[in-house]
Design a protein around this ligand. Sequence first.
Ligand SMILES: NC(=O)c1ccc[n+]([C@@H]2O[C@H](COP(=O)([O-])OP(=O)(O)OC[C@H]3O[C@@H](n4cnc5c(N)ncnc54)[C@H](OP(=O)(O)O)[C@@H]3O)[C@@H](O)[C@H]2O)c1
Length: 273
Amino acid sequence: MDRYCVFGNPIAHSKSPEIHAAYALQTGQQLHYEKQLAPLDGFAAAVHAFIAAGGKGANVTVPFKLEAHKLASALTVRAQAAGAVNTLVFGADGSITGDNTDGAGLVADIVQNAGVALIGKRVLLLGAGGAARGVVLPILEHRPAALVIANRTVATAAALVEQFGALAGPGVLSACGFADAAEAFDVVINATSASLSADLPPVPAGVFAPGALALDMMYGAQPTVFLQFAAGHGAVPRDGLGMLVEQAAEAFQLWRGVRPQTAQVLQALRAKL
Ligand SMILES: NC(=O)c1ccc[n+]([C@@H]2O[C@H](COP(=O)([O-])OP(=O)(O)OC[C@H]3O[C@@H](n4cnc5c(N)ncnc54)[C@H](OP(=O)(O)O)[C@@H]3O)[C@@H](O)[C@H]2O)c1
């Protein structure tokens, strides 16, 4: 049976085995997907051992996404743009292809699951770390009217504008600090890690246009402080569970050539949170 896994440290919390087992069952694909705890100083060795044991592909999570980017012998365009890899494909010729499905997962969740088109919309992206960098290109591909990247360290957001500016229309992409995000947006995405420590990126309440979609990449049994803040100011809150399920579907398609349906898997995961 073809073997796949997710590498991380820690990894016990990962929902990926459950998601991929559900996709395999649904699509009739024969595969085994497991968790692999890689030592913090032994990611590459763990990947090579998994390949030697017959591994066909892997997902990569915290803290190895940058190392996976370095390890890959080939990168997809979106992995190059993201500067990070969350999906590996192991070729029979020994090649290791690195892809990044996080951005496509986020956009699929917004456009298909939440039913919010991005074309012509004003989008505010909070954060400029690995997760934010991975979503800039997939969002720009949907031709928003504006994509503003706000970050605590403004220089990091400005570097993203520098990197992606040529791919956006004139004036579409810009950077600022949280407090400077003064206008109203149709979609506000929290890609900071502030929610992990129950912090709120200090954006003005006016960033949420009435009925705006507020999406936090984090997920949990309770809404994050960001989602509570957003809901209290007229936005429709959405957590990152749909993004997780959609990035997994994208990886599954890459490995197996078949696209799984995500709705029931998302519903089942939600019920267990
Ligand atoms: N749902 C999913 O499938 C999925 C996938 C990927 C990531 N994520 C989530 O996305 C989040 C970000 O991950 P990442 O890999 O991008 O992390 P990262 O590379 O460490 O970047 C962290 C970002 O958060 C900002 N930040 C950190 N603490 C903050 C605070 N207290 N207030 C305001 N801003 C703060 C940082 O700003 P500075 O630049 O100023 O340091 C930076 O922009 C995590 O919560 C992660 O779990 C979810």
